[in-house]
Design a protein around this ligand. Structure first.
Ligand code: C2O
Ligand code: CU
Length: 475
């Protein structure tokens, strides 16, 4: 039997292999199955949240179903889902199901794919998710403020055969800019900030609270799904004393591998699924550090081991690879090739383009793609920058000519990342959000098989709002 094809052992086999597994009573695991995958009701409404200790003030937030992050939506691969979104905010909204390859009319881009949902109104989203994996949902209207005030949630599409792990955990990581009174700092869309790193906050939460520690049992194997739901914060996570294996990126399984230099790089909107074997000592705590920004490293949380002896004598040796999703393989030989050049922003003390005027950039824009700036959240009449015949294989060359990082997100498709700065990218990585370092050149391929007008934009929300967005049409 080769290890490629043998990617799963059944959950039961794993449980039998583990001696004295008392997880259900020890720690609340995520339910293995959602109650139903149809008829989800998601209400967008204001609420209050407590991010930190009880002696700290509460924060006014905007929520899905009353909490930040919103409730985890669990769907099943290949099964039709129905999600009713009700808007109880005092402004228009939509929901974008980030990373799901769904019909264009369900994509949640106001003006482009649907009329916005007015206050007091509802919209029914219906689609059949083709891919299992870790996705998320968020507004695509007034995105900077709506996401910045808390509207975000994880969406998990379950494999048809459950994967063999002791627990399946989700960490939705959010970054907030709070003022002294505990409120969310107003003034979204500061132009200077928009031309730089975007609105990076001062408080990072895991599943809606500042996390002192997360509880684990020695010997267990967890699948840890991490979602970076920040507006702008890029993360580089290190798990002290552990060796997590990356098994999926942006919901798409990849060849299992350890992160480069032990750092898991996650730009806004990116997800990673880790297979994490808890091989540490009972009773001990291990730091999880985010050291992306020079000199600003901080502890995200700790892995806190229960004092009991390990739940199994030997570490699990079942393979960790996930079953692949049915992504169409691009035919590189016959593909068409296009370049998308990212431009603008602050460069060595001034705006690129010089003279205060931004070359070719419209009103309010500080960024551009191929010299064109689309800004905002999406609206009617956006002309596509590229038009593909349905079924064509396409290679996109993304060139970052700016001095800043950009997580570039494509709607309706997933990109097979081929190379970065001339070096082949290993591990068969498919991503819907590709993090571009300053001056990076990335080649990525996909089959343009999903008809409609699709956004491609930077997921640093300030960058999207101020011009780093374009539309691709699959005709
Ligand atoms: Cu996650 Cu166009 O967005
Ligand atoms: Cu950007």
């Amino acid at each position: 039997m080769n290890s490629q094809s043998h990617c799963l052992v059944s959950r039961r086999a794993l449980l039998q292999a583990g001696a004295g597994l008392l997880l259900a009573s020890a720690l609340a695991p995520f339910p293995a199955r959602s109650a139903s995958s149809d008829g989800y009701r998601i209400v967008a409404a204001p609420a209050r949240a407590r991010f930190a200790r009880p002696d700290r003030p509460e924060t006014d937030v905007w929520t899905y179903n009353g909490t930040v992050p919103g409730s985890v939506v669990r769907l099943r691969q290949g099964e039709r889902a129905r999600l009713v979104v009700e808007n109880r905010l005092d402004q228009e909204t939509t929901v974008h199901w980030h990373g799901i390859r769904l019909p264009n009319a369900m994509d949640g881009v106001p003006g482009l794919t649907q009329p916005p949902i007015e206050p007091g109104k509802s919209f029914v989203y219906e689609f059949t998710p083709p891919d299992a994996g870790t996705f998320w949902y968020h507004p695509h209207a007034n995105s900077l403020e709506q996401l910045g005030r808390g509207l975000a949630g994880a969406m998990i599409v379950e494999e048809s055969e459950p994967v063999a792990v002791d627990r399946d955990l989700v960490w939705v990581i959010s970054d907030w800019r709070l003022n002294d009174g505990g409120g969310i700092a107003p003034r979204f869309g500061n132009r200077m900030e928009a031309a730089m790193s975007g609105r990076v906050g001062n408080t990072v939460t895991v599943n809606g609270r500042v996390s002192e520690a997360e509880s684990f049992l020695a010997g267990e194997r967890v699948r840890l799904r991490i979602v970076n739901a920040s507006l702008a914060r890029i993360m580089a996570l290190r798990f002290e004393g552990h060796r997590p294996t990356i098994v999926a990126l942006d919901g798409q399984p990849c060849d299992p591998h350890e992160p480069e230099n032990g750092r898991i790089l996650l730009g806004p909107a990116m997800r990673v699924d880790l297979a994490l074997d808890l091989g540490g000592e009972p009773g001990r705590r291990y730091d999880v550090i985010d050291d992306f920004y020079d000199g600003l490293s901080y502890r995200l949380t700790q892995l806190a081991y229960d004092a009991r002896r390990p739940i199994r004598d030997h570490s699990v040796d079942a393979p960790v690879a996930l079953p692949r999703n049915p992504l169409p393989e691009p035919d590189l030989a016959s593909s068409e090739r296009h370049t998308l050049t990212l431009q603008g922003g602050m460069m060595g003390g001034g705006m690129m383009g010089g003279g205060g005027g931004m070359m070719g950039m419209g009103h309010g824009a500080v960024w551009a793609i191929n010299g064109q700036s689309m800004n905002g959240d999406g609206h009617a009449g956006m002309e596509p920058a590229l038009v593909f015949e349905r079924g064509r294989s396409v290679v996109l060359e993304l060139r970052n000519e700016t001095a800043w990082w950009h997580p570039m997100h494509i709607h309706g498709h997933s990109l097979k990342v081929l190379s970065r700065n001339g070096r082949a990218v290993p591990h068969r990585q498919w991503q819907d959000t590709v993090l571009m370092a300053p001056k990076d050149v990335v080649e990525a391929a996909f089959v343009a098989d999903n008809p409609g007008d699709w956004m491609l934009h930077c997921h640093v929300m300030d960058h999207q709002m101020s011009g780093m967005m374009t539309v691709l049409r699959v005709a």
